[in-house]
Design a protein around this ligand. Structure first.
Ligand code: PEP
Ligand code: MG
Length: 312
């Protein structure tokens, strides 16, 4: 998809289950920017074996026919529980044993998934892997070390494999602050705005009572996004956005204006986003983004966004 003045924007699809691939292909997604691999775990009654995971991942890659697929490792915990893996009661599950923390705490489960991913990546250069809810460089390195151990094991066993690009999801305020170091260490960054907004603004993304406070256009969110993109550019690493924000037509001028070129979203949102991108003048979007970054009040941003609304 190109903007009015010809800047190329990649639109990728988010995927929860393999059965949704047809929809992604029907809207001409250029790849999968976020495959939430926990969903195949959640819909089962027992853990999938390494072999079952490997076959599932390979199937996604085959169906995408050489287009990029970013596998997000398990994001269990928070509001996503496995019926067959009891965990201790937590009074704040979103601040609890979630995502990469869960995987690092359960290395046998994590290693099985990493082995399956490394095997699926063999012969599939377009396969990438990213870790959810990374809070520190230490955590990213621990995850990468485990991937390297898995690779050594597979080599010893004579099992074909390949180390894919490893990325960091930026979903936490700590990761925004550490974005320069994370960008330098990782192969790519992907911004998860659903969690980033939740944790930056301390607003439960699942609680309707506080939905009014879940403000994607809050100046702190806008400035965080800018800092992440700048960090990636400085480190010379690709950065994409895979939260729901990428599917919000009103926010597109800002997202493009700060330099984002790859957006991943629910397949159903792709056609409307494509139409909006085609109306945007990239040069103008840069100026509009700069203007938005200067506002101190959320209201001011909201009022300004109204002036940018697409012509009907
Ligand atoms: C996000 O947090 O923005 C994201 C893409 O991941 P999920 O919605 O699966 O938490
Ligand atoms: Mg998330």
């Amino acid at each position: 998809t190109r903007t009015k003045d010809g800047a190329e924007i990649q639109r990728l699809a988010n995927l929860n289950l393999v059965s949704e691939l047809d929809v992604a292909l029907s809207v001409k997604a250029k790849g999968i920017g976020l495959y939430r691999t926990e969903f195949p775990f959640i819909v089962r009654s027992t853990f999938p074996t390494e072999e079952e995971q490997y076959l599932g991942y390979r199937r996604v890659l085959e169906q995408m026919q050489g287009r990029p697929v970013v596998f997000r490792t398990l994001d269990i915990g928070g509001d996503k529980a496995l019926s067959y893996f009891p965990v201790q009661h937590e009074s704040n599950p979103f601040l609890g044993l979630r995502a990469l923390r869960f995987s690092l705490r359960n290395p046998q489960i994590f290693k099985q998934q990493l082995r399956a991913l490394l095997r699926a990546a063999h012969g599939n250069p377009q396969a990438k892997v990213m870790f959810p809810l990374v809070a520190s460089l230490d955590e990213f390195q621990a995850a990468r070390d485990l991937a390297r151990i898995c690779q050594e094991e597979l080599q010893r066993e004579g099992v074909p494999n390949r180390m894919p690009d490893l990325g960091v999801m930026i979903e936490l305020p700590s990761a925004v602050v550490m974005a320069p170091e994370l960008a330098a260490a990782a192969d790519f960054l992907s911004i998860g705005t659903n969690d980033l907004i939740q944790y930056l603004l301390a607003v439960d993304r699942t609680n309707d009572e506080v939905a009014a406070w879940f403000a994607p256009h809050h100046p702190a969110v806008l400035r965080s996004l800018m800092r992440i993109v700048e960090a990636a550019e400085k480190a010379g690493k690709p950065v994409s956005l895979c939260g729901n924000l990428g599917a919000d037509p009103a926010m597109l001028p800002f997202l493009l204006g700060i330099g984002l070129r790859t957006l991943s979203m629910d397949s159903m949102a792709i056609p409307a986003v494509q139409r909006r991108i085609e109306q945007i003048d990239y040069g103008q979007a840069r100026l509009q983004a700069r203007r938005m970054l200067a506002f101190g009040r959320t209201d001011e941003v909201a009022d300004y966004l109204k002036t940018l609304e697409a012509p009907r």
